[in-house]
Design a protein around this ligand. Structure first.
Ligand code: KIV
Length: 275
């Protein structure tokens, strides 16, 4: 059985921290799933770290579904959450329902995530009422980057902090099973975490959230365009890959690769007839 939303609620109540990571492909999802990480997000960060877009805004439903299917095929235990792309849940409730359904029906995900608080609460409630678990996402919401004016810390004034608390409560009331808090001051995340009954999953939101989420390419040192302040590099895979690729390149040029071990033999006398 995969991780369920009731298990996540229990984890919050017991104080067991929840780890979530992004994944975008089959091989990586298999590795993550085998470690026992309970939540895998097929984030629209896909757009930046896999597809090379400058932001998450160009990401489409088709791209998200393509990668969600791969991640689902690579997992057995983790709950896979599909991230609703920009403008796939804003225009109407029926749009939001149709696109959320596609993640579950075509993509094979067990839940969806969308950005926004009070403004999307009605949509969240409709999606949840159809039996689709929804994770909210407030604070720095990258799909609204032009509105926010950059990748800045959110909730720093009294009014902004009150708005975020309100957003978290609206998502809880709408039936969301968890909420991501992105780039929010730690004391405000602590307060929100205390005030709502659903798990908070932080990214750049301090240690007092019920869980943490990171982009896999950031923590493995695979994304080299920039390293966000909230990310810790547990490995430098880009360096390891670069060394391995350089060695392969040199060995091909020097005729060292492939050796007999990587080659296939046959009875060479048979070739005499072809000459
Ligand atoms: O798209 C993503 O990877 C996300 C996480 C950073 C929460 O939304």
């Amino acid at each position: 059985m995969r991780v369920s939303i009731s298990q996540l609620k229990d984890m919050k109540q017991k104080g067991d921290k929840i780890a979530m990571l992004t994944a975008y492909d089959y091989s990586t999802a298999r590795i993550i799933d085998a470690t026992g990480i309970p939540l895998i997000l097929v984030g629209d960060s896909l757009g930046m770290v896999v597809l090379g877009y400058k932001s998450t805004i160009p990401v489409t439903m088709e791209e998200m579904l393509h990668h969600t299917k791969a991640v689902v095929r690579g997992t057995r235990k983790a709950m896979v959450i599909g991230d609703m792309p920009f403008m796939t849940y804003h225009i109407s409730v029926s749009d939001a329902l149709r696109n959320a359904t596609r993640f579950i029906q075509e993509g094979g995900a067990q839940a969806i995530k969308l950005e926004g608080g009070v403004t999307v609460a009605e949509k969240v409630s409709h999606i949840v009422n159809c039996g689709i678990p929804v994770m909210g996402h407030i604070g720095l919401t990258p799909q609204s980057i032009h509105q926010l004016g950059g990748y800045k810390v959110q909730g720093k004034t009294e009014a902004a902090a009150a708005r975020l608390l309100n957003d978290a409560r609206a998502l809880e009331q709408a039936g969301a099973f968890a909420v991501v808090l992105e780039t929010v001051p730690s004391p405000l995340s602590r307060l929100i975490t205390q005030q709502i009954s659903i798990p908070t999953i932080g990214i750049g939101a301090g240690a007092d959230c019920d869980g943490q989420v990171q982009v896999i390419n950031d923590i493995l040192g695979l994304f080299t365009d920039f390293v966000p302040k909230h990310a810790k590099q547990y490995a430098k895979l880009a360096d390891i890959m670069s060394r391995a690729i350089t060695q392969y390149h040199n060995e091909v040029k020097e005729g060292i690769f492939p050796a007999d071990k990587q080659s296939f033999s046959m009875d060479e006398s048979l070739l005499a007839r072809l000459k």
